[in-house]
Design a protein around this ligand. Structure first.
Ligand SMILES: [Zn+2]
Length: 277
């Protein structure tokens, strides 16, 4: 069965998210570990978490995806900002120790004017430091659209980061369909070639999740503006090909489309229908 869910607000806690997910036909979900713009996370409500874990088991939610605040910049020029990214990620990962199988997704960051080489060095240094802590969650680097000086604009950059982390068996990649399309990978005209390229550069064994988003903009636009499924430049047929592809269909899919819960419910039903047809 297709594993699919959407991004949910974590403000009401884990049990509320689990119930919301099941109500809209999802069997997984993504959430921000704290305010996406940063700031302090609430301490874990252990009662809520215990109730959620029971609920998740009962309803077949096997794995969820935590998303780091997108303002973190692991490759900032300022050492204080890099330390802040490290402290925040450690704090998130410490809390995720209480959630079995959780994965943790982050945006690699923007090198600003320092250049890709220095930026990649900072990101892998940070991951090496994090790994000294021995957290269990799989850490995912997200494929980026290449807006401004974003790192992760192509598969090679992600591969280089992973290669420079000594103990890298806990590292994976989350492929965002809007971002890779905006980054110039033609998942509409040639999905097969993009998957092969990912495999030869990074390795499909590293691909752990997919963000399913349509794009408001054209191939290679480097813009990063998400659109509802089927209403953007990627289009419904490409999504059908993605959720039914033999190398992708076992992965968990997460919608981050501009929708309310009803909209997500419709998209989940549509994608399930296409996957199970
Ligand atoms: Zn993201």
């Amino acid at each position: 069965m297709l594993r699919i869910g959407c991004h949910l607000s974590s403000s009401k806690g884990f049990l509320a998210m689990g119930k919301e997910a099941i109500n809209i036909g999802a069997n997984t979900f993504q959430f921000f570990t704290r305010n996406p713009r940063g700031g302090k996370a609430k301490e874990l409500d252990t009662k809520d978490l215990a109730a959620y874990l029971d609920f998740a088991e009962e309803h077949g939610i096997a794995q969820i995806l935590a998303h780091a605040p997108y303002t973190l910049n692991a490759c900032a020029k300022d050492e204080g900002l890099r330390q802040f990214a490290y402290d925040t990620m450690c704090d998130d990962l410490r809390r995720l120790e209480h959630i079995p199988n959780a994965m943790y997704n982050f945006h690699p960051g923007s090198h600003v004017k320092q250049g890709t080489e220095i930026g990649i060095g900072y990101i892998s240094d940070l991951l090496n430091r994090i790994n000294e802590k021995g957290y269990h969650a799989t850490i995912l680097l997200e494929t980026m659209a290449g807006k401004g000086t974003e790192i992760g604009r192509n598969f090679e950059e992600l591969r280089t980061i992973i290669d420079r982390v000594e103990e890298n068996s806990n590292l994976g990649v989350c492929m965002d369909t809007c971002h890779v399309f905006d980054g110039g990978y033609d998942i509409v005209g040639n999905l097969e070639e993009v998957i092969e390229e990912f495999h030869s550069v990074v390795g499909l064994c590293r691909l752990k999740a997919v963000h399913l988003n349509d794009s408001m903009n054209l191939l290679g636009s480097h813009k990063d503006r998400h659109e509802k499924i089927g209403e953007g430049k990627i289009g419904l047929e490409a999504f059908r090909a993605i959720v039914t592809h033999s190398k992708l269909r076992e992965l968990p899919f997460f919608l981050e489309t501009p929708n309310d819960l009803e909209g997500y419910q419709r998209e989940i039903a549509l994608l399930r229908q296409m996957a199970e047809a």
